[in-house]
Design a protein around this ligand. Structure first.
Ligand code: G3I
Length: 365
């Protein structure tokens, strides 16, 4: 019998409650120190996306390693509301929120506006219509989950091709006015949450990443100058050996973001091992080096306050599930810190060591 995600949640929740109630730890402590313990001393938060599969061994890894959880898909507009936006479908998101609450983990809200999850009722071109629809949506999501510590208010709104916003009816017509409306509404609904503008193609050293970083900084400067309440920029950091990170331009971007008064969150870190050989030992070492080198560069900047992975394990990962646009041929991808059997890989230790090497941030990380 195939258990639904919700069945698994309730089974795991009762197992957790039983174990805790019986005086035992919900899960026996893991052999190695969790990443969040290695990071805490440096004022860095550690997080991960969570896809809502409440399998106890996965839950244990999340609890042991993460301060903050990002719902991978459950909070996206197209998943949490019906197609007409009139019926709320928060079931899975409620379960994830309950899991975080039960285990003392924060929630990162992903995401209030994203072109890939923009039901027709949200994407109206008329500004008033779009504002009303988004106001209803933000009110629902942000008041249902007041515990959310930070929000991806907008995700991937800056164009990869031009200096403007991504071409969507509401952005083509209203650009800054609409983006400002989303941030101002989010600030009003969640005054203490960190508000994030999240995007990708910001980490690598290729020319298209250089262009994207410059464009994003221009948009941020313009919005901040207009008084739009943005607290942080999210660098998704979906890395791949095909587009290696070059320290200098990334360091410059982090410096400029800090000069704008912004924090930087690494929001969706993973390594797509396309182009790497099938040999597991060699591939795992290459992936570990990519994680470690990236974090050494990123965490050298005290502006970076959080490192979130887009999934901790190969068993539950969008790249392994085949949702990534670039797919390796040959052996299955191994993008994450833990393998299919949820055992730590060289990448886990490379990340832990990078966290231990990182300079300390000021408090409030
Ligand atoms: O749940 C259905 C399942 O019932 C069905 O059998 C299966 C068929 O393929 O699809 C499943 O839904 C998939 C869903 O992930 C859950 O696995 C959707 O097709 C698939 O499109 C969806 O992909 C997600 C993608 O965003 C699009 O929403 C990925 O899991 C998720 O990792 C990815 O995450 C995005 C961030 O939100 C934003 N930044 C980029 C990142 C990667 O694209």
């Amino acid at each position: 019998m195939q258990h639904s995600r919700r069945d698994l949640f309730h089974m795991a929740a009762s197992a957790l409650a039983f174990a805790a109630g019986a005086g035992g730890a919900a899960f026996p402590a893991m052999a190695q120190t969790g990443l969040k313990d290695a990071a805490r001393a440096k004022g860095i938060e550690v997080g991960s996306a969570f896809n809502g599969w409440f399998h106890p061994p996965l839950l244990r890894l999340l609890i042991e390693n993460c301060d903050v959880i990002t719902p991978e898909n459950a909070m996206k507009a197209g998943n949490i509301s019906s197609d007409d936006g009139r019926t709320l479908l928060p079931g899975e998101m409620d379960d994830i929120a309950a899991f975080c609450l039960q285990n003392g983990m924060k929630l990162h809200g992903h995401t209030l506006f994203w072109h890939q999850s923009l039901p027709a009722w949200l994407g109206a071109g008329d500004l008033d219509e779009a504002r009303q629809a988004h106001l209803r949506h933000l009110r629902f999501v942000m008041t249902r989950y007041p515990q959310v510590t930070s929000w991806d208010v907008v995700n991937e709104v800056v164009s990869n091709e031009t200096g403007a916003y991504r071409s969507l009816p509401v952005l083509d017509a209203h650009g800054d006015a609409f983006v400002a409306f989303l941030f101002e509404t989010a600030r009003e609904l969640a005054p203490t949450a960190r508000l994030v503008l999240n995007d990708y193609n910001l980490a690598c050293g290729a020319a298209f990443c250089d262009r994207k970083r410059g464009r994003l900084l221009s948009v941020l400067e313009r919005l901040l100058r207009a008084g739009v309440p943005i607290d942080a920029v999210g660098i998704q950091a979906h890395l791949a050996p095909r587009w290696p990170v070059v320290p200098a331009p990334l360091e410059a971007f982090l410096r400029e973001a800090g000069d704008l008064g912004l924090d930087v969150l690494i929001t969706e870190l993973d390594v797509n091992d396309i182009d790497l050989p099938d040999d597991i030992a060699a591939r795992d070492q290459s992936i570990a080096r990519i994680y470690g080198d990236f974090l050494d560069t990123a965490l050298a900047s005290r502006t970076v306050k959080r490192v979130s992975f887009w999934g901790l394990t190969d068993r539950y990962h969008w790249i392994v599930e085949g949702h990534a646009p670039f797919r390796r041929t040959g052996a299955a991808p191994r993008p994450a810190l833990f393998d299919q059997e949820l055992r730590p890989k060289p990448a886990y230790f490379a990340v832990r060591d990078a966290l231990l090497r990182a300079p300390e941030r000021t408090s409030g990380g």
